[in-house]
Ligand binder design. Structure first.
Ligand code: GLC
Ligand code: GLC
Length: 616
């Protein structure tokens, strides 16, 4: 037997074993979702055929990668893991142009790259690509599917895993399925939630939330033929009907196509909304979890190295429900994101410390994706009950944060833009680039300190840190979207500026603000990489007895490595942590960030926005 056929036989064996396990799980899950539906049996058979076909056409190098990941399933807990996100067109131009940026990604130390949706989408209304017209075709301006595959390969060769979106809650109204549904083809009408009159829409809307109230009220939009279709987001994004098992199969096939392109992380877009039921909010329903688990079972048969990243920007209790090795191994951490901004505004670490103490721990085999901001707005998703526990009125606090971050609060440093203000409910969110939200326009040095302080928390609380590329050199918000008819109504574009070439050009120049910020970010990354305690996500709260100073410990290995005590002063003045507070610590410790040795028998003084990573 040749070596090659040996490898192939082992791989086939692995596939057979996975199918044995996952097929049972899939049958059970789909039985719970679709039991009694006459279409289920035929759908399942078809799906298992799709799975075999996808596995046989999966490229050898991806099968090897799967094996590699299975041998090292905790690979994403490394202290060197670093994710970045960008739009191909804004950041580089085409897929081929993005290949030219790989040397920079290597300089920065990226190990994961999330490309904002690259699929064919209507123009100019595409919701930044989240209105997908075909999952198997790319936007012509970016290049072809083959060029995307080539990019994925080049990234992999550079040690960078490609992450792409699986936008599976909705399609664009130009998707072939939607077109057929709108033309009245009953098979495809059943792929969406389309009704001939307002009766059902009115009934659903009694309990659903408005997500993009600037775009349309309620959850339904009028479509051709005097009918109404469910559209959670924009009117041109029609929600798929997962109560139809054929929709599950159709989307599972698209998912396998993406996996076989070389995508290693699938960002599961808008997971909260995928199942609807009359009389409920149609968010975070139990069936949404069963569906995700079913997708997980399917992908695991074909591409066991692929991970799911949950995008649930909802109440923290609901966010964590999506996280498990059998559902989504990774999840955005919108709570930490929101609370970092809240803490910068209030200079009081109470809510953030509470979140780290009670909402940070995750099951083994899973991780947070921590970030300061994404391509979307910042929503104040903390739990009302958590705020009340600290004596904070949640609504008043959200109103304060909205005013603060759009620069309508006396003394605020921030330059954000309001997003989707809903006069009916008083809700609002905030858009903008990190540097502008931190006030680089008015107070560059203060902004750099605030950004580095916040990034120090993102980079020291564990999990996968995610940078919105360009923010590491201090790109500012951009108002040119106001001149583009496809974007003007959506202020999230203010936070999606074009490639900040001038700032990148001065990134090694410490005389520039970009250079100082970049050097700070690089230093954080380099120090984190060398501290074993920064791996994984284990974290123990540390009470500093000063409302401005956040404290926590990242425990080291049992014998091998030191623990790290993180202390971070969010105040504008020096803060002191008393010797008594530090009495459980060794007599002295070295701050890994500055190299300075601190005598912990003495009070420890931290300057404004200063943080230390003490090896204890
Ligand atoms: C996700 C995306 C957001 C998009 C929405 C609808 O929340 O992050 O940009 O508007 O889904 O697809
Ligand atoms: C998207 C939107 C955000 C909304 C969320 C709901 O992320 O951008 O504003 O709150 O979806 O999941």
């Amino acid at each position: 037997m040749t070596i090659h056929s040996d490898v192939a036989a082992t791989q086939r064996q692995g596939f057979t074993e996975r199918v044995e396990v996952e097929e049972l799980r899939l049958r059970e899950l789909l039985g719970r979702l679709y039991g009694g539906d006459p279409r289920l049996a035929e759908t399942l058979d078809g799906l298992l055929g799709d799975v075999r076909e996808a596995w046989y056409s999966r490229p050898d190098e991806l099968k090897e990668l799967d094996e590699h990941r299975q041998r090292d399933p905790r690979w994403f807990e490394s202290t060197r893991i670093l994710a970045g996100v960008c739009y191909v067109d804004l950041y580089a131009g085409t897929f081929a142009d993005l290949i030219e940026r790989i040397p920079y990604f290597e300089e920065l130390g990226l190990t994961v790259l999330h490309l904002m949706p690259v699929y064919d989408a209507p123009e100019p209304n595409s919701d930044g690509g989240y209105a997908v017209s075909s999952y198997r075709a790319t936007r012509p301006a970016l290049g072809s599917i083959e060029q995307l595959r080539d990019l994925a390969t080049k990234l992999r060769e550079a040690g960078i895993s490609l992450a792409l979106d699986f936008v599976f809650n909705h399609t664009s109204d130009e998707h072939e399925w939607a077109q057929r549904a709108l033309e009245g083809d009953p098979e495809y009408e059943d792929y969406y939630w389309i009704y001939p009159d307002r009766e059902m829409p009115d009934a659903f809307e009694r309990t659903t939330r408005e997500i993009f109230p600037d775009n349309h009220p309620g959850s339904f939009v009028p479509v051709q033929g005097d009918r109404w279709a469910w559209a959670t987001f924009h009117s041109f994004q029609l929600d798929l009907n997962y109560s139809n098992p054929r929709v599950f199969r159709a989307m599972a096939r698209e998912m396998l196509f993406l996996a076989n392109l070389g995508v290693e992380i699938l960002r599961m877009d808008a997971v909260a909304f995928i199942w609807k039921r009359l009389g409920t909010s149609s968010e975070n329903l139990p069936e949404a979890h069963l569906l995700l688990q079913a997708f997980n079972a399917v992908v695991r048969m074909v591409a066991p190295g692929v991970l799911f990243l949950s995008e649930a920007i909802v109440h923290p209790d609901d966010v964590v429900d999506y996280i498990s090795p059998d559902e989504c191994q990774l999840s955005y951490n919108p709570l930490q994101m929101a609370l970092l901004w809240s803490t910068l505004a209030t200079r009081d670490v109470g809510l953030l410390a509470q979140a780290l103490a009670h909402r940070h721990a995750l099951p083994p085999g899973t991780a947070w994706v921590n970030y300061l901001r994404s391509h979307d707005d910042i929503g104040w998703t903390f739990a009302d009950e958590d705020a009340r526990q600290l004596g904070i009125d949640p609504d008043a606090h959200r109103q304060f944060l909205n005013r603060f971050y759009v620069g309508r609060f006396e003394g605020s440093f921030a330059h954000g833009t309001p997003f989707q203000t809903n006069p009916k409910t008083g809700d609002s969110r905030v858009s903008g680039a990190t540097a502008s939200l931190a006030g680089i326009e008015v107070d560059p040095e203060g902004a750099i300190r605030r950004i580095l302080l916040s990034q120090s928390i993102v980079l020291s609380t564990g999990g996968i840190p995610l940078l919105y590329l360009g923010d590491e050199v201090g790109q500012t918000s951009d108002s040119s979207y106001l001149e583009d008819p496809g974007k003007a109504a959506d202020s999230r574009w203010s936070g999606r500026p074009p490639y900040p070439g001038a700032r990148y050009a001065e990134r090694h120049d410490l005389a520039s603000a970009s250079g100082r910020l970049y050097a700070g970010v690089r230093r954080l990354l380099a120090v984190r990489a060398e501290l074993p305690a920064m791996a994984g996500g284990a974290l123990v709260p540390f009470e500093t007895h000063d409302s401005r100073v956040l404290g926590f410990v990242r425990p080291g290995g049992v014998l091998s490595s030191a623990s790290v005590l993180v202390l971070a002063n969010f105040g504008d003045d020096a803060a002191t942590v008393s010797a008594l507070t530090l009495s459980g610590m060794p007599a002295s410790a070295v701050d890994a960030m500055s190299g300075e040795t601190f005598d912990l028998r003495q009070p420890l003084v931290l300057g404004p926005q200063r943080f230390v990573w003490l090896q204890v």
